[in-house]
Design a protein around this ligand. Structure first.
Ligand code: FAD
Length: 499
C-alpha cells in the first residue's frame, strides 16, 4: 500500500489513538490541534505551584489503556506509575453521614451487609451479571463500528447479546436488587459518567459497576495528563507530527474525497482525514452542507450528556476530611437529574463532586497545600455568565465547608472556573457539552452518529460523539475503530483520486 498523508483533526484521546494506529502502518500522520496544548478535554494547567487536570479524573478500566499500549509492544508502566486508590471513593449523604467505598471486594460486601442485610448476596449476583456484560461487550461488541445491524447478526454475537438485557432499564435492575437508598445511590452513580437518568439507561451499563467496584479506581501519578503525555510520546516514536495552535477551518472536497484542509486559513493537501473534534463542529463548520451526514434538526433532538461547572481551587492548607474522590449526594438526585435532562435549567440544590488528587500525589500541590477540583453537572446549552458561576461557587463552597466543618474561603490562593462558554470556545463543543452524547438505548451502537461520511469516502469521524461513546476508555477504542475503517478504505483499489 502507498503511504498516505493523513490529517487528524484534534488531539483528544480518540485523535491520539487513531494517530498511533495509522502511523504504525507507516502512514504520514499529522495531528492538527487548535489549542496550544495537546490532550483535548484532558488538558492540564499549572498555577502558583498547583497542577490541575482540567477534565477526567476517574481512571477506570485500566485494562483498556493497557491493551492500547500492548498493541504497540509497550505498557503503561513504561510511561507512568498507576496507583489503585484505597479507599476507592467516598459518598456524602448528609452532615456526618458518609460512606467510604473500599477497594477490596470482601470489605465492600461487608459494607453492603451492614447497610441492608442480605444485600451482599445480591451484590454478588449483580456483579456476576455485570462481569458477563463487561466481557461480552469488550470481546464481542465494543470494537464494532456500528455502521450496520449486519455487524451484530453473527450467531454467537446474537446469542451473547441476548444476555445483555438491552431493553430493561438500569434503574429497574438496581431497584430489584437493593432497597436501601444509599446502596441504590452508590450503584446508580456511574450513570453520571454515562450522562443519562438511570431509568433511561439500558441495563447493559451495569458493566460500569463491575469496572468501578471490581476492577478498581486508579490514578496515574503526575495526574491524568500523564496518560496524554504517554500517548503523545508513543505517537512521536511512531513518527506522528503534531501541530498545535492549528485550527482546521475547512475541508475541501473534490469527487467525493477531501483533497485539502485549511489550517489557520492556509490550504494543505491531504490523502485522508480523521475528524476527532466534536462531530457536530466538523459537519456544520468545516463541511459544505451538501456533504453533511446530519442536519441541525437531528442534533437538536439528541440527548446530550451534561456539561459541567468546574472550579479548580488551590488551598494553602491541608484539608483533613477529604479523600481523593468525594461525591456529594446530600441533595435530591432525581431533582437534579430532572433539571439536567427534562427542564434544562440551572439546579436548585445541586449534587457535586470533589477530586483532591493532592491526597495521592504530592507533586500536584505545594507542600502543605491541597488541590481541589469541584464539579457540578449541568445541562448543556444553558446560559453561562460570571454572575451564575459566582452564585454557584458560593453555594458549593458553603456546602463543602459545612460538611468539612472548617472554612476554606480565606485559604483559597487559586480559583479558576470552567463552564459552558469555555467548552464551546476551547473545544468547539455543541451546546458546550462536556461528555458528548448520553448513552440512552436509542443512542447506542448503530443508533449513534455514524463513523463514516456517507458522501466522502476518505473522511472518518471518531471521538465521544460517535461509537462507542463518552469516557476515556471508549474514546481510545473509538480512535482504534476509526483507524481500522480508514485502513480498509485506503486499501481499496480505486482509492487514488482521478484528477
Ligand atoms: C470535566 C470532564 C470530566 C470528565 N471525567 C471523566 C472521567 O473521570 N473518566 C473518564 O473516563 N472520562 C471522563 N470525561 C470524558 C473524557 O474526558 C472524554 O470522553 C474524552 O476525553 C473525549 O476525547 P475525544 O478525543 O472524543 O475529544 P476531545 O478530548 O474533546 O478532543 C477533541 C479535540 O479537537 C480539538 N478541536 C476542535 N475543533 C478543532 C478544529 N477545528 N481544528 C483543530 N482541532 C480542533 C479540540 O480542541 C480537542 O482538543 C470527562 C470529561 C470532562 C470534560
Amino acid at each position: 500500500m502507498n503511504k498516505k498523508k493523513i490529517a487528524i483533526i484534534g488531539s483528544g484521546f480518540s485523535g491520539l489513538a487513531s494517530a498511533a494506529y495509522l502511523a504504525k502502518e507507516g502512514h504520514q500522520v499529522h495531528v492538527y490541534e487548535k489549542n496550544e496544548q495537546l490532550g483535548g478535554r484532558a488538558r492540564q494547567f499549572k498555577k502558583e505551584g498547583f497542577t490541575f487536570d482540567m477534565g477526567p479524573s476517574w481512571y477506570w478500566m485500566p485494562d483498556v489503556m493497557e491493551s492500547f499500549f500492548n498493541d504497540f509492544n509497550t505498557s503503561t508502566k513504561d510511561y507512568f506509575e498507576l496507583k489503585e486508590l484505597s479507599p476507592a471513593f467516598n459518598i456524602v449523604f448528609g452532615k456526618e453521614d458518609e460512606l467510604t467505598i473500599p477497594s477490596d471486594y470482601g470489605e465492600l460486601r461487608r459494607l453492603f451487609e451492614s447497610i441492608e442485610p442480605g444485600s451482599s448476596l445480591e451484590l454478588d449476583s449483580f456483579m456476576d451479571d455485570a462481569k458477563k456484560k463487561y466481557e461480552i461487550s469488550f470481546s464481542k461488541l465494543i470494537e464494532k463500528p456500528g455502521l450496520s445491524i449486519m455487524e451484530y447478526l453473527e450467531y454467537d454475537t446474537i446469542k451473547q447479546s441476548l444476555k445483555l438485557n438491552l431493553f430493561s432499564s438500569y434503574q429497574k435492575m438496581v431497584h430489584r436488587k437493593f432497597k436501601h437508598p444509599k446502596l441504590r445511590a452508590l450503584m446508580e452513580f456511574p450513570v453520571l459518567f454515562l450522562g443519562a437518568k438511570p431509568k433511561d439507561t439500558p441495563a447493559l451499563y451495569s458493566l460500569m459497576n463491575y469496572a468501578g467496584l471490581k476492577l478498581g479506581t486508579h490514578y496515574p501519578m503526575g495526574g491524568f495528563y500523564a496518560l496524554v503525555e504517554a500517548m503523545v510520546s508513543l505517537c512521536r516514536e511512531l513518527g506522528v507530527t503534531f501541530h498545535t495552535d492549528s485550527e482546521v477551518t475547512e475541508l475541501c472536497v473534490l469527487q467525493n474525497k477531501v483533497v485539502s484542509i485549511e489550517i489557520n486559513g492556509i490550504s494543505n493537501t491531504v490523502d485522508a482525514v480523521i475528524g476527532s473534534a466534536d462531530y457536530h463542529h466538523i459537519e456544520s463548520k468545516l463541511l459544505n452542507k451538501d456533504y453533511r451526514n446530519y442536519n441541525e434538526k437531528y442534533w437538536s433532538k439528541k440527548t446530550f450528556a451534561p456539561s459541567s461547572l468546574i472550579f479548580y481551587l488551590g488551598i494553602k492548607k491541608t484539608v483533613n476530611k477529604l479523600n481523593h474522590h468525594t461525591l456529594f449526594f446530600d441533595a435530591d438526585f432525581d431533582l437534579h437529574s430532572t433539571e439536567i435532562y427534562d427542564e434544562k435549567r440551572w439546579p436548585n440544590d445541586p449534587l457535586f463532586y470533589v477530586c483532591t488528587p493532592s491526597k495521592t500525589d504530592k507533586n500536584v500541590a505545594p507542600e502543605g497545600c491541597e488541590n481541589l477540583f469541584v464539579l457540578m453537572p449541568l445541562a448543556a446549552g444553558l446560559e453561562d455568565t460570571p454572575e451564575l458561576r459566582d452564585k454557584y461557587f458560593k453555594i458549593l463552597l458553603k456546602r463543602l465547608e459545612s460538611q468539612l466543618g472548617e472554612q476554606l474561603s480565606d485559604d483559597i490562593v487559586v480559583n479558576e472556573s470552567y463552564c459552558i462558554k469555555d467548552f464551546k470556545a476551547d473545544y468547539n463543543a455543541y451546546g458546550g457539552n462536556a461528555y458528548g452524547l448520553a448513552n440512552t438505548l436509542n443512542q447506542t451502537a448503530i443508533f449513534k452518529p455514524k463513523m463514516i461520511n456517507k458522501k466522502i469516502s476518505n473522511l472518518v469521524y471518531t471521538g465521544q460523539l460517535t461509537v462507542p461513546g463518552p469516557g476515556v476508555p471508549p474514546s481510545l477504542i473509538s480512535g482504534k475503530i476509526a483507524a481500522n475503517l480508514m485502513l480498509q478504505e485506503l486499501k481499496k483499489k480505486n482509492y487514488e483520486i482521478a484528477l
